[in-house]
Design a protein around this ligand. Structure first.
Ligand code: ADP
Length: 466
């Protein structure tokens, strides 16, 4: 079976969040299950595209309403990433230094049209098309409704919702940008009076998955306006937990970290990474180190961080290190907080630093209000860092509290007080170093790799090809 993933992000070419990690890993693990799997994404101006040579395999002009754009499809062959990576290059439109901007309707529509225009020219067309999030959400509609893609009508489509908060809304004034289709079915594009690519994909895809079973259930109650639609379409929806790429996230081979380690050598290995972090960020190595990595947005509970951290720092016997960027007001408050002892922050994105934090911090804070799957907690487990999580979405599906014979610390609901109490439980747990180290080793032995999840996706694909 030939699967084509269509996505706005794919690690290592372009990563903003978990979407990139998933699209960069799932195809590799499908290949290992003898399922040919490739990815098509926009060609951006990133360190990775600058460093690697791509081969042009197709060239054409696409029509976006009255405007035409020259574009090409570039290929990075299988031997580099473990799967064929195709990129759509539309100079001046997609090819930018950034992945997302405030004005992406035209960019991602052009990407989707270019992709489908190219697919219909292929001798060997994909057996199944897997789209990810709203940026590629119009693909299922265009396949089923646009006259020029008629040849793909029987190709099954799967949508994975990585995050339902963002839906890609745009006005019906722009409907003319979509290639001609049977206008009687324009309702398939609409949700609440606007064109909603994510809603359209939920209506038109053959199957819809979310990145954890709990998130699927939660979306029926709270999905930024799509609750009724998801409840209505529940029979074609299912949750499949993401895995982690244990080839990339491997403490024994990770070139980003300061000292590599196995389960056996984890105590000294983790200590060396912590030592580097504490030196770099002027923190005391003898205190338990709490860390956060991620986007500074409300979904992650980031608006509460300044208050949570101030509260926690009253206890002089712990340190906090944050890596992230996002909401400007939160960033500023966190920068101001740096004048406190025992706190430091790197405002920005740094892949290497994130790996060292997973390897060297003692606890990883994830007080998310919404967490579709969450990869950070699984990376933390793999690297032996104890996660402290709000029991929601994928966090609920992957972390068991120490008081329930588990290995993490869970709280219910995101308030300053709840997170504070969880931090106190953590500092108390840390006092017994023998128990802490045992727990850390136990976490490292948990298998959250993609193998199981890829098998579930494969079963889903097979069920659509019968
Ligand atoms: P989301 O996709 O909602 O941002 P996930 O937990 O699914 O959250 O994935 C986040 C991914 O992005 C992880 O690989 C995490 O390490 C990485 N990440 C997030 N912010 C940063 C940052 N500032 N620097 C480095 N890596 C980051």
């Amino acid at each position: 079976m030939n699967i084509l993933h269509i996505s706005a992000e794919c690690y290592p070419l372009a990563k903003v969040g978990g979407l990139a990690d998933v699209v960069g890993a799932l195809p590799k693990y499908l290949q290992a299950l003898n399922t040919n799997s490739s990815v098509i994404m926009p060609y951006y101006n990133t360190a990775f595209t600058k460093k690697n040579s791509f081969k042009e395999v197709y060239k054409n002009t696409l029509q976006l309403g009255n405007t035409s754009f020259e574009y090409s499809v570039l290929l990075l062959p299988k031997n580099v990433l473990g799967f064929d990576l195709f990129c759509v290059n539309i100079p001046n439109l997609l090819y930018q230094d950034y992945v997302y901007s405030n004005n992406d309707t035209e960019r991602f529509l052009a990407f989707q049209i270019a992709t489908l225009d190219w697919i219909i020219t292929l001798d060997k067309k994909p057996d199944l098309i897997h789209t990810h999030d709203h940026h590629t959400g119009l693909i299922p509609f265009m396949i089923s409704e646009c006259y020029k893609y008629e040849v793909l009508k029987n190709t099954p489509t799967v949508l994975t919702i990585h995050n339902a908060q963002y839906q890609g809304w745009f006005s019906h004034d722009k409907v003319g940008l979509i290639p001609p289709f049977n206008f009687n079915n324009v309702g398939l594009l609409d949700w609440n009076g606007v064109i909603n690519p994510l809603a359209s994909a939920i209506k038109c895809a053959w199957k819809v998955t979310t990145v954890s079973p709990s998130y699927m259930e939660e979306l029926k109650q709270k999905a930024n306006g799509l609750e009724n639609l998801l409840s209505h379409e529940k029979n074609k929806c299912l949750g499949i937990l993401n895995g982690i790429d244990s080839k990339v996230w491997n403490t024994e081979t990770d070139n980003y970290i300061i000292k590599k380690y196995s389960i056996k050598t984890s105590k000294s290995g983790r200590q060396a990474n912590k030592k580097w972090l504490c030196k770099e960020f002027n923190l005391d190595i003898n205190k338990p180190l709490f860390a956060f990595i991620g986007r500074l947005v409300g979904e992650k509970g980031a608006d509460l961080f300044p208050e949570i951290f101030l509260n926690a720092l009253k206890n002089k016997d712990l340190s906090i290190l944050l890596l992230g960027s996002g909401h400007k007001e939160t960033e500023e408050k966190l920068i101001n907080l740096k004048s406190n002892d025992n706190f430091n922050a790197y405002i920005g994105y740094d892949e290497k630093l994130s790996h060292i934090i997973y390897a060297g911090a003692d606890f990883l804070l994830m007080p998310s209000r919404v967490e579709p799957c969450g990869l950070n907690q699984m990376y933390a487990l793999r690297y032996g860092t104890m996660p402290i999580v709000n029991k929601i979405g994928g966090l609920k599906d992957t972390i068991i509290d120490i008081n329930d014979n588990g290995y993490g610390i869970c709280h219910e609901g995101v308030t300053v007080d709840n997170v504070h109490k969880a931090i106190i439980r953590a500092t108390n747990f840390y006092k017994n170093q023998t128990k802490y180290t045992e727990n850390s080793k136990e976490m490292m032995s948990i298998d959250n790799s993609w193998h199981n999840s890829a098998t579930e996706y494969l079963n889903l694909y097979k069920s659509l090809k019968q």
